[in-house]
Structures are given as C-alpha cells and as structure tokens.
Write a protein that binds this ligand. Structure first.
Ligand SMILES: CC(C)(COP(=O)(O)OP(=O)(O)OC[C@H]1O[C@@H](n2cnc3c(N)ncnc32)[C@H](O)[C@@H]1OP(=O)(O)O)[C@@H](O)C(=O)NCCC(=O)NCCS
Length: 192
C-alpha cells in the first residue's frame, strides 16, 4: 500500500512514521482511555488535545536537543495507527536520548510494543549514532517493566518520589542501554 507520510523505520509488522491528520481520531480514542493513561502524566484527555498534538507532531523533526519527537506506530500492511513512541533528545547532552511508548489497548499483548521499541533502538543507535538510551517507568507499571527488560534494557536506578502522577508522588525506575551493550547484544544474536 502507498504510504504518504515519512517513514523513519520499518520492522516486520510495523512502521514508525510521521504523525498526520488521519491519526487524530484513533490517537484520541486510545489517549483518552483511563487504562492507557493509568501510569501516564495526562488525565481527562480531550479531542482538542489530540488535534493540537497531531498538528504539532506532523511538522516536527526528530533529534532536536531539548525536544520530544513522537513517532506514530502503524501497521505496515494497512498504515493504521496503533500507538506511538517518543524520542526525547536531552538538551544538556544530546548524545543521550530518552524514549517512551504507548499502545492502544486492543493492540497490546501481541508483541507490537517490543517490536516498535526494538526498531526505535536500531534507529537511535544506527541512524542517529547515539551513545545511550534511557527510559523511566512508574514502578507499578508491570507491562512497561516487562517490555523494557524484554528489549534488553537494564535497570540502573530506583528514583524515589520522582514524578507527580495524578496528585501523588510516585517512584520510578530508570532503565538504560548503552551503545556498547546494544552492539554486544546484536553480535550475540548474529552468532546464534
Ligand atoms: C507498556 C505497553 C506499551 C506494553 O505493551 P505490550 O503489548 O504488553 O508489550 P509487548 O509488545 O512487549 O507485548 C508483549 C506481550 O505480547 C505477547 N505476544 C503475543 N504475540 C506476540 C508476538 N508475536 N511477539 C512477541 N510477543 C507476543 C507476549 O507474550 C507478551 O505477553 P505478556 O506481557 O503477557 O508476557 C502497554 O502496556 C501500554 O501501552 N501501556 C499504557 C501506556 C504506558 O503505560 N506506557 C509506558 C509509559 S512508561
């Protein structure tokens, strides 16, 4: 199928591409789900918020120090939006990036998030040449913790009351993957 949006990375079943106007509705539907928002910063997400988000992200480019870029995660066969993943290029040290990820509920439990994050890691290390990737997760978010460990990220910190979530200070784990660890992982996989 012809896909008009810019595609940053491809994997077996997915593409990570630029957001576009057609994404407003599916994006709003999953962002406004209380289950999806449970461990996230937002609450009571409105359609207008989705319109503003998509409009802004459709014009952004990744890898700008001090900014967040959101990749639309879409099914490669149909271009249907199923979630998003984020890349935060740190202002003080742009060779280090933070990632984030969200999937619509109906697309969870199928390995799509792992596939998207692995594709993002390959983009970050191979295409952008970054030194280190970090991710933060609420310590109660078991699905997120499983995902981070599945893709080979290493827990390197337990940050006490590090994040204000829905009126409550919560602990976070910091996960990380160094370029050297990622290359090692790849080498091992190719040798198998
Ligand atoms: C965190 C989140 C993205 C994880 O999504 P997920 O679908 O559970 O993650 P994966 O893509 O790794 O899927 C893994 C599951 O799919 C199953 N699976 C089914 N088919 C599979 C396949 N072909 N390949 C791999 N795994 C498959 C795995 O067994 C695994 O199940 P398990 O978790 O019960 O062991 C999702 O829960 C989410 O969007 N949550 C809300 C937003 C959020 O909290 N984001 C994190 C902020 S830090």
């Amino acid at each position: 199928m012809e896909i008009s949006e810019h595609i940053y990375v491809r994997s077996n079943r997915l593409i990570l591409r630029q957001f576009s106007q057609q994404d407003v509705n599916p994006f709003y539907l999953y962002r406004s789900s209380p289950e999806v928002a449970k461990f996230q910063s937002w609450e009571n997400y409105q359609r207008h918020d989705a319109e503003v988000f998509v409009e802004k992200q459709s014009k952004c480019v990744p890898n700008q120090p001090g900014t967040w870029f959101q990749f639309a995660i879409a099914l490669a066969e149909t271009n249907q939006l199923i979630g998003d993943c984020a890349l935060h290029t740190l202002l003080a040290e742009p060779r280090i990036v933070e990632i984030g990820y969200t999937l619509a509920e109906e697309h969870q439990g199928k390995g799509y998030a792992s596939e998207a994050v692995r594709a993002l890691l390959s983009y970050v290390f191979n295409d952008l040449g970054k030194h280190k990737v970090i991710a933060f997760t609420d310590v109660r978010n078991e699905n997120s913790i499983r995902l981070l460990e599945r893709v080979g990220m290493r827990r390197e910190g337990h940050l006490l009351e590090n994040y204000m979530s829905k009126g409550q200070w919560v602990d976070e784990y910091q996960y990380a993957l160094l370029r050297s660890e990622w290359e090692q992982e790849f080498k091992v996989k190719y040798q198998e």
